[in-house]
Ligand binder design. Structure first.
Ligand code: AGP
Length: 608
């Protein structure tokens, strides 16, 4: 996690860096800092707290003159979020400044060695070891010192470095943590992610593992870890600066919920041609699809919940067995991956460390890996055998909404493609699925239009201590996602349970007034879940039922009802998630929480 930005050019660097960091705060926001070369020396200002604290401290950058600088917004791994642990870090003579995103695994051994050579440390971070090690190797040639450090350190890193005696250059390097660079006529930029520099350029260079870049105003030079110069192609970014701004919404999360119809439409339109589903990225012949016996889906958090929905859909629709894993579990459980199995990894950021490692392990075991990824050019997108992009556009709020919706669509398309080729759906059923799929955007809009009703309901539960989400089958996967959304942004405790499991223990937690959000979108399971509703109401629960508009009889059994429009039973998550996202949002707003940047979290989880 953590965000880094660097600037070298004719402008004053500090305001450019602060502006870039403001676009990266989603990556971490417990402390921030900048190092700027003022023409004579490197000055560092850093502080615990949000970026706002750094902006106030430097009067929006005005108190830090100079045209060359690096900045950082942190998500603490080693050491508390204090001023001392904030980045940038210096060597002791204050001639080298460095910012880091990632984790140095062998930092303690390196630190001990450096201490034995007389080095003193000011912070508890793993990062400070890097700058002291650079100092140790530095004999006037930055590239040489950097590559020596690269050969000594183990772990993940994206670095921005300034040497006071090379004030017209910034150096950047990465291994397993993201880093891009860009340039304009008289300037050059480094950043952890595109939004930070989108204002200045839409042509960016993705730095590959173990590559080093030397940036001068208007000039970029790329090197291997053996100091050989190489050339690189730039990638043109389709998004514009507007897509990473709030655009009049109070929070990115609300804006992104409203972008769901577009995200859904764009994701299916990329793959539909009349009645044909074309997924070239899959790179599988019809015979290979017919012979497919096993799919593994691996992901984390919300992406895992999209995968959970896909398991139900693919197994029932295409009759292929799907094994689902959280990436953090998959990588350590020695999974059995048969030859010919397809592994699907799902990730919005394309950076999640556990998912990336699961991908690598799967490839090592001979599996073909398909990535369903939102961020173009991200690590997972580059390392997967093939990539199916979700077209949600940049997602800034930590709570994932539109990426989930787009992931569901990509997974439905895969399921429908498989089912059509394998003949497990009739032609008539297939066509009706296509009609329902194409209707989803307008149905999502309809649900979003009903947000005041959810807001009024949410206002009554701001003081709740705990909330239950229950459902069966696809509704269970929906409940998992609804519960995660609520927890992460409102800090309100909630549990998601398969409705049939309640009686095996958790029902003892139900007492007078406990709110139970029950999802009943699957006709074949409707009566079963109604029985579970009856059971919790008998113990005092207040039940909100989320069901199809055909089930008006639910009003006899629930205290409050939200209806979703009619769609295929496979696609209900795409609709039923909208009220749950809105509910989480309004509870968080009502409690005064920082909706877009919830405590302890970061958007990209690049640590294990
Ligand atoms: C979702 O709201 C979360 N903040 C989180 O669970 C997220 O989905 C998870 O960290 C996976 O991220 P990825 O999709 O970028 O891999």
């Amino acid at each position: 996690m953590c965000g880094i930005v660097g600037y070298i050019g004719n402008e004053q660097a500090a305001p450019v860096i602060l502006d870039g960091l403001s676009k990266l705060e989603y990556r971490g926001y417990d402390s921030a800092g900048m190092a700027i070369f003022d023409g004579a020396k490197l000055n560092i200002v850093k502080t615990a707290g949000r970026l706002k604290a750094l902006e106030d401290l430097t009067h929006d950058g005005a108190t830090m003159p100079g045209n060359v600088g690096i900045g950082h917004t942190r998500w603490a791994t080693h050491g508390q979020p204090t001023d001392a642990n904030a980045h940038p870090h210096y060597n002791s003579s204050e001639t080298i400044a460095l910012v880091h995103n990632g984790i140095i695994e062998n930092f303690q051994a390196l630190k001990n060695k450096l201490i034995s050579h007389g080095y003193e440390f000011q912070s508890q971070t793993d990062t400070e070891v890097l700058v002291q090690l650079l100092d140790y190797y530095y004999k006037g040639n930055p590239l040489e010192a950097i590559t020596k450090v690269m050969h000594r350190v183990e772990g993940a890193y994206a670095l921005g470095i300034i040497f006071a005696d090379h004030p017209d250059e910034i150096f950047a390097v990465r291994k397993d943590s993201p880093l891009i660079v860009g340039r304009s006529d008289n300037a050059a930029y480094i950043a952890s992610d595109v939004p930070a520099i989108l204002k200045y350029t839409r042509d960016v260079y993705y730095i590959d593992n173990s590559e080093v870049v030397c940036l001068k105003a208007g000039e970029l030079r790329f090197y291997t870890a053996d100091e050989e110069e190489i050339s690189k192609e730039s990638t043109h970014i389709e998004w514009d600066a507007e897509s990473v701004a709030k655009g009049g919404y109070e929070h990115f999360m609300m804006k992104e919920m409203y972008e769901q119809p577009k995200a859904v439409r764009e994701t299916f339109e990329k793959h539909l041609s009349g009645d044909d589903i074309i997924i070239e990225e899959l790179n599988m012949t019809d015979d290979e699809i017919k012979n497919l016996r096993k799919i593994h889906i691996v992901a984390c958090g919300t992406a895992y919940h999209a995968g959970m929905a896909a398991k139900y859909v693919i197994e029932e629709m295409a009759r292929i067995s799907v094994e689902l894993d959280m990436a953090s579990e998959f990588r350590y459980r020695n999974p059995i991956i048969e030859p010919g199995a397809l592994v699907i990894v799902i990730s919005q950021s394309g950076e999640t460390a556990d998912t990336l490692q699961a991908l690598r392990d799967s490839k090592t075991r001979g599996a073909k890996v398909l990535g369903i990824v939102n961020v173009v050019g991200s690590a997972i997108a580059r390392e997967a055998d093939s990539v199916m992009y979700t077209w949600a556009g940049p997602e800034i709020a930590v709570a994932s909404t539109k990426a989930y919706s787009a992931q569901l669509i990509a997974l439905y398309l895969l399921a429908m493609k498989f089912a059509h080729v394998r003949g497990t759906v009739s032609e008539e059923e297939y066509k009706s699925l296509l009609i329902d799929l194409r209707r989803l955007p307008e149905q999502i809009e309809l649900l979003l239009g009903n947000k005041e009703k959810i807001q009024r309901f949410a206002n009554r539960y701001i003081v709740a201590k705990s909330i239950f989400f229950i459902g069966r089958g696809l509704d269970y996967s929906l409940s998992m996602e609804g519960s995660l959304k609520l927890k992460e942004i409102s800090y309100l405790h909630s549990e998601a349970y398969a409705a049939g499991e309640l009686k095996h223990g958790p029902i003892s937690l139900i007492e007078n007034g406990t709110l139970v959000m029950a999802a009943l979108t699957q006709d074949n399971l409707y009566k079963k879940t109604v029985s579970n509703i009856v059971e919790v109401r008998a113990r005092g629960a207040f039940v909100l039922a989320l069901t199809n508009n055909t089930h008006t009889d639910i009003e006899d059994n629930a205290d409050y009802v939200i209806y979703i429009p009619t769609t295929s039973h496979y696609f209900t998550n795409s609709l039923a998630i909208i009220p749950l996202q809105l509910f989480a949002y309004y509870i968080a707003v009502g409690k005064g929480c920082d909706v877009d940047k919830p405590r302890n979290l970061a958007k990209s989880v690049t640590v294990e």
